[in-house]
Design a protein around this ligand. Structure first.
Ligand SMILES: NC(=O)CC[C@H](N)C(=O)O
Length: 318
């Protein structure tokens, strides 16, 4: 921890200095001797080289800054859960909270432990059990294709970019080996907290996780959660604040406390190595580095996030 800024108001960041910092960061992380381990339980992700890095930042005035592999699409995996929840809140509002809670789980993202204890109502929408419930709500007895096309439309509108797609080979790879998610879906169904056939909800979920985006696109899509002035009006400010609160408390699973401690910003990770972070009113940030730490969150990405908030003073606790 190198943060020794004095207390008091944080001055706005100079875009030129921030760009120089991002370039330096991108060069320095490449000297890392431990990039973490890529996820292997989805075979298609096991082939990704761990020593890659990208960071993109969109500022409140619309300035866009990036460094590293900013145009390489990666599998957003669980980062999709934030946007799926946003879609479902738009469709059915607070009704979704009857089916899923809003508390940190303290367990791994794919854990089944609490589900029995809490009678099929998952702790939060960002662990896999909770995300299966939000995906199920989005599906709402429609064909998976229809729900997925609404979801993709939402993401593209949020990013202001039509070039966002699902990688079918990643979805198929997870469908073949996603035995824990199959278990979670069936368990939810046994508590009547899955309203569609488990295989349909699972298929939709695997495809939503297989969306590919670049950090440039993801940072643009995060503008609405960061409540930046130029963001498309897809979500009411009160909802964006609450999404941010959930990202802060639950966005990194059992590593959420550590992420809040080190970085101090709401963030959502995925096993593809992506992290979306928001500095409310200031910036939307996307980072990608595919090697993971022991929590299943990007290792170098988390380190970079920590250095970024040290540099900018963007921690919400500043
Ligand atoms: N943490 C993650 O990104 C998990 C997403 C992955 N598709 C899974 O369900 O296991």
């Amino acid at each position: 921890m190198t943060d020794d800024r004095p207390a008091g108001p944080v001055p706005p960041v100079d875009p030129g200095k921030l760009k120089a910092f991002l370039d330096r960061l991108s060069t320095e992380v490449h000297a890392a001797d431990d990039w973490g381990q890529v996820a292997t339980y989805i075979p298609e992700l096991a082939d990704v080289a761990p020593n890659q890095f990208a960071i993109s930042v969109v500022l409140a005035d619309g300035t866009r800054l990036s460094a590293g592999a900013r145009s390489v699409p990666f599998s957003i995996q669980s980062v999709s859960k934030v946007f799926m929840l946003a879609c479902v809140l738009g469709r059915e509002g607070d009704n979704i909270w009857r089916r899923v809670d809003r508390e940190p789980s303290g367990d791994r993202f794919d854990s089944i432990l609490l589900l029995e204890q809490e009678k099929g109502r998952p702790r939060n929408p960002f662990i896999n059990a909770g995300a299966l419930v939000t995906t199920d709500a989005m599906l709402a007895n429609r064909a998976p294709k229809q729900a997925l096309s609404e979801f993709l439309g939402f993401l593209r509108a949020a990013a202001g970019d039509e070039d966002i797609h699902i990688d079918p080979s990643v979805a198929a790879s997870e469908a073949r080996y996603g035995f824990r998610n199959v278990a979670l879906a069936n368990y939810l169904k046994s508590y009547d907290n899955l309203h569609n056939a488990p295989e349909l909800t699972l298929g939709t979920y695997f495809h939503q996780c297989a969306v590919e985006m670049t950090t440039d696109q993801l940072a643009m899509a995060g503008r609405m959660i960061a409540q930046l002035p130029g963001a498309p009006p897809l979500m009411a400010p009160a909802r964006a604040r609450r999404l941010g609160a959930l990202m802060m408390t639950c966005g990194h699973y059992d590593g959420s406390g550590d992420f809040a401690f080190r970085v101090g910003l709401p963030g959502k990770s995925g096993v593809g190595g992506g992290i979306l972070m928001v500095a409310p009113g200031r910036a939307s940030i996307a980072i990608w580095s595919p090697g993971l730490n022991s929590y299943g969150n990007s290792k170098v990405g988390t380190e970079a996030a920590e250095l970024l908030t040290d540099f900018t003073g963007w921690s919400v606790f500043s």
